[in-house]
Design a protein around this ligand. Structure first.
Ligand code: PAF
Length: 282
């Protein structure tokens, strides 16, 4: 396994690979790797000649300094986890200075409005930070294929827009959500949950499953109201949003159309830890 902590060293190494015209798979992460990340790496391994995994906690996508500070940083453990599935992966774990060169700011992006929905509304500047780092990483790694989890479904749509609008030469591949045995979507933030919180967090996926069932016969508004009321009963949990939205535009579904695909999206706080999840409704 090759581990690079500086972009100049990584690009010097990658030059020899770019010249060979091989497929390079790329899995960008912020570390604290779990089975969900490992599934992305496995997919990349199956579909590419070379595989790069980045581990970088990107400061510009955090709109809350405490969240950034508390974000788990477990580089050595992450490297060992990657080693269990891949002996020749290329790991890129740069410093903030190396990436941002003293100017830790986001660029401003226009993603045709999808940046203003859900996560965009509740985490101002988040998608500018995501766009800034993902574009930088794509420019450094120049991957053929890049893998993103559907847990961050809005992020996946944002990255597809970023690629299309900037004419970046990379295929974006969305991968299914990995879940704990109780249905909780795997996330690096789960590490901060107590055992009791983890148990209670199963209500998130259960609500999504019931929402999916109800969406077959009820309106989007009725389903949303049901989810909101049923979650209100749990005092340890604060619902930030529940939305049923068009899968492409991410605009709230007002009236169902047979010709559109919908998804339910949810964000909750449990003990000040923010968790998101989503489910396809048709
Ligand atoms: O999904 C993540 O872990 C991050 O948003 C990403 C894509 C690695 C950018 O920092």
């Amino acid at each position: 396994m090759q581990i690079f902590k500086e972009k100049a060293l990584l690009t010097a190494y990658l030059k020899t690979i770019w010249d060979k015209n091989c497929a390079i798979g790329f899995v960008p992460t912020m570390g604290a790797l779990h089975q969900g990340h490992l599934s992305l790496i496995k997919k990349s391994l199956a579909e590419n000649d070379y595989n790069v995994v980045s581990i970088f906690v990107n400061p510009t996508q955090f709109n809350n300094s405490q969240d950034l500070e508390k974000y788990p940083r477990t580089l050595e453990i992450d490297i060992e986890k990657i080693r269990t599935i891949c002996s020749d992966c290329i790991v890129f774990a740069p410093s903030v200075d190396d990436i941002y060169e003293g100017k830790t700011n986001s660029k401003s992006f226009n993603y045709d409005g999808i940046e203003h929905e859900m996560e965009g509304k509740h985490r101002p500047g988040h998608f500018d930070g995501v766009g800034t780092i993902v574009k930088k990483l794509f420019e450094i790694v120049k991957p053929t294929n890049a893998y993103f989890g559907e847990k961050d479904f809005q992020q996946l749509q944002i990255v597809k827009k970023l690629v299309a609008k900037n004419d970046l030469k990379v295929n974006i591949i969305g991968c299914p959500i990995f879940r704990e045995a109780n249905g909780l979507a795997m996330s690096s933030r789960n590490e901060r949950l107590s055992i009791k919180d983890r148990d209670e967090a199963s209500i998130i996926y259960n609500s999504l499953l019931t929402a999916k069932e109800k969406f077959g016969t009820k309106s989007a508004n009725e389903v949303s109201n049901w989810v909101k009321h049923s979650l209100e009963k749990n005092k340890n949990l604060t619902l930030e949003y529940f939305e049923i939205a068009d899968e492409t535009t991410l605009k709230t579904c007002i009236r169902k159309s047979k010709h559109k695909k919908y998804r339910a999206f949810i964000a909750v706080f449990i003990d000040n830890i923010r968790l998101i999840d989503n489910i396809s409704l048709n």
